[in-house]
Design a protein around this ligand. Structure first.
Ligand SMILES: Cc1ncc(COP(=O)(O)O)c(C=O)c1O
Length: 363
């Protein structure tokens, strides 16, 4: 057979060629990791015990998610048929886009917000439509209501939102649900535990509401890739048509029940973060660094022109932070994850030095 010499690799779909690349760091994250809003300590020790029970033969089987979905449903007061486990909320967003967005449809969300809405939305033939947040990054209710059209098929609301930490109130979410009965409204509650406000109780009552939760944040299971969608049964049948039946792996399914059973550990971590957040807000105020009120496990601060130098200066001191300057309305902003009180003392000490180093001045 003649040797094949490829002149050019085949081009991807036009929608993919138009996409902006999203490149989060995939390595070299040693130090105090305040860049990804993860649990900064660990998962529950019970999860490791559960992992220790895994036998070689268990890994030979395809994963069986049904019983674990039933357990999650019970934990949240839902019916088993209303819960879909996913490979992180990222997969949930992807599946929603694949299930609901056709050419001519609109995917609507406020900005700045979680990057993967744009990534997965742009990957379809639908139009991504964004509405800038209001002053102080408040949820842009009026703007969203005005942007809803008969073509709106999917709306994403992260509450608390990333990278801002602001929330959409229950009343505001209800107004969106009423204004767009033709659209699926995703309320992404990835940071629910640090805030406490939820619309999970409306799942099944509002026919167009889907709520996402992740186990990557408060539960400390980011490495296992576990998320979930709570949705009316009528939607679940379509989501299950699209999702890979084995996208949640066996180890994640072994670990999740153990994590759910250790409520004391979860409560400890959440309380610790809330206490650390309150102290950090006070300390940032004392330093004169502008910040936005946050209900999540992170704080967005305004460093100004020297934001990139600040991130590097923090890195040299062993603290990873996330430059959010490229996000809409976030020029000069850096996001810091909140961990334990001890970790935040370390971070604030590094911050004082880093601000000095870059010659930062109080406004
Ligand atoms: C608002 C929001 N949703 C979803 C995710 C992703 O969660 P997961 O790790 O479950 O994919 C993140 C991660 O940072 C997030 O900020």
């Amino acid at each position: 057979m003649a040797e094949i010499v490829l002149q050019q690799t085949p081009a991807p779909r036009a929608a993919v060629q138009r996409m902006r690349a999203y490149h989060p760091p995939l390595g070299n994250r040693e130090g105090l990791r305040l860049d990804f809003n993860e649990n900064t300590v660990a998962c529950s020790p019970r999860v490791l015990e559960a992992l220790g029970q895994v036998a070689a033969g268990d890994l030979a089987k395809y994963p069986e998610r049904g019983q674990v979905e039933a357990k999650v449903a019970q934990h949240l007061g839902l019916d088993a048929e209303q819960v879909l486990l996913t490979n992180g909320v990222d997969e949930a967003i992807h599946v929603l886009c694949q299930t609901y967005l056709d050419r001519g449809d609109e995917f609507l969300f406020p900005t700045p917000t979680y990057s993967m809405y744009e990534v997965y939305g742009s990957c379809t033939d639908a139009t991504v439509k964004t509405v800038p947040s209001g002053a102080n990054f408040a949820f842009p209710l009026e703007g969203l209501l005005a942007a809803i059209t008969p073509q709106t098929r999917l709306i994403a609301i992260a509450s608390p939102n990333s990278p801002t930490g602001t929330v959409a109130s229950r009343q505001q979410i209800l107004q969106i649900l009423h204004a767009a009965p033709q659209a699926v409204v995703l309320v992404d509650e990835a940071y629910y535990h640090f805030c406490g406000e939820t619309v999970m109780d409306l799942v099944g009552q509002a026919p167009n509401l889907i709520v996402a939760r992740t186990f990557s944040k408060a539960y400390g299971l980011a490495g296992l890739r576990l998320g979930m969608l709570a949705a009316p049964v009528g939607m679940q049948q379509w989501l299950r048509t699209v999702i890979s039946p084995y996208s949640v792996n066996s180890l994640a399914l072994v670990c999740l029940p153990a994590a759910l059973d250790d409520d004391a550990y979860l409560q400890w971590y959440v309380e610790e973060v809330r206490a650390a957040r309150a102290e950090m807000v006070k300390n940032l105020h004392a330093l004169g660094v502008p910040q936005w009120p946050t209900q999540a496990n992170f704080v967005l601060v305004k460093i100004g022109d020297r934001h990139a130098e600040f991130v590097r200066a923090m890195h040299r001191r062993g603290v990873l932070t996330r430059d959010r300057s490229n996000d809409q309305g976030c020029d000069g902003c850096v996001r810091l994850t909140v961990g334990t009180r001890a970790q935040m003392e370390q971070a604030m000490a590094a911050m004082g030095e880093a601000l000095n180093e870059i010659g930062w001045m109080k406004a």
